[in-house]
Structure formats: structure tokens, C-alpha cells
Design a binder for this molecule. Structure first.
Ligand code: ZN
Length: 97
């Protein structure tokens, strides 16, 4: 897996729509900073997503929050709780992914 961190300013992404808003660990519900990565090959299947999740957890300590296909690679938004470092994050309203 080829992973490269990218500058969010270069992305045409409305971050407000994809930011986690709740930490299930410590109940933090403030601002969650996102890190963006370019991943090759594309994350297309459930299995690849699972592999990528394990990779990010192990190498970066991030939870993959959202992955978007972009040509022949995927743009991955990853985050962790800024307060406690937990990767158990979600949207407050639904409490699920
Ligand atoms: Zn937390």
C-alpha cells in the first residue's frame, strides 16, 4: 500500500461534511482535525477498506473516517480524538458510522 499525506488545502472537499463530531470514548464533541492521505491502489472493496483501516491504525494511529475515490487512487480522511486520542469516533446524532 502506497500512502502519502496530502495538504488539505489542495483538496476540493468540504471538510464540514465529513468531520467526525463525537468521541465514544470520552464524549468529546468539539472540533476533530482531519488528516488527508492519498492511497494507492484504490480502496474499492470491503476487504481493501479493512486492510487500509488496519494499516492506518498501526502506522498513523488514525481511524479512517471517509474514503473517496479519485482517479486511480483514493483520498482518505483520517482522524482521532484530539482530547483522548481514541479512534472510536462517529457522528453524534446517529452514534454510528
Ligand atoms: Zn475522546
Amino acid at each position: 500500500m502506497n500512502v502519502q499525506e496530502i495538504d488539505p488545502d489542495t483538496l476540493q472537499v468540504n471538510q464540514g461534511n465529513i468531520t467526525p463530531s463525537y468521541c465514544f470514548e470520552c464524549e468529546f464533541d468539539g472540533y476533530f482535525p482531519l488528516n488527508f492521505f492519498k492511497v494507492k491502489p484504490n480502496i474499492e472493496t470491503e476487504t481493501q477498506m479493512k486492510e487500509a483501516s488496519i494499516y492506518f491504525e498501526a502506522h498513523f494511529g488514525f481511524q479512517i473516517y471517509r474514503s473517496l475515490c479519485s482517479g486511480d487512487n483514493s483520498i482518505v480522511a483520517a482522524s482521532k480524538c484530539p482530547k483522548c486520542g481514541s479512534r472510536d469516533l462517529g457522528m453524534k446524532s446517529t452514534k454510528s458510522w
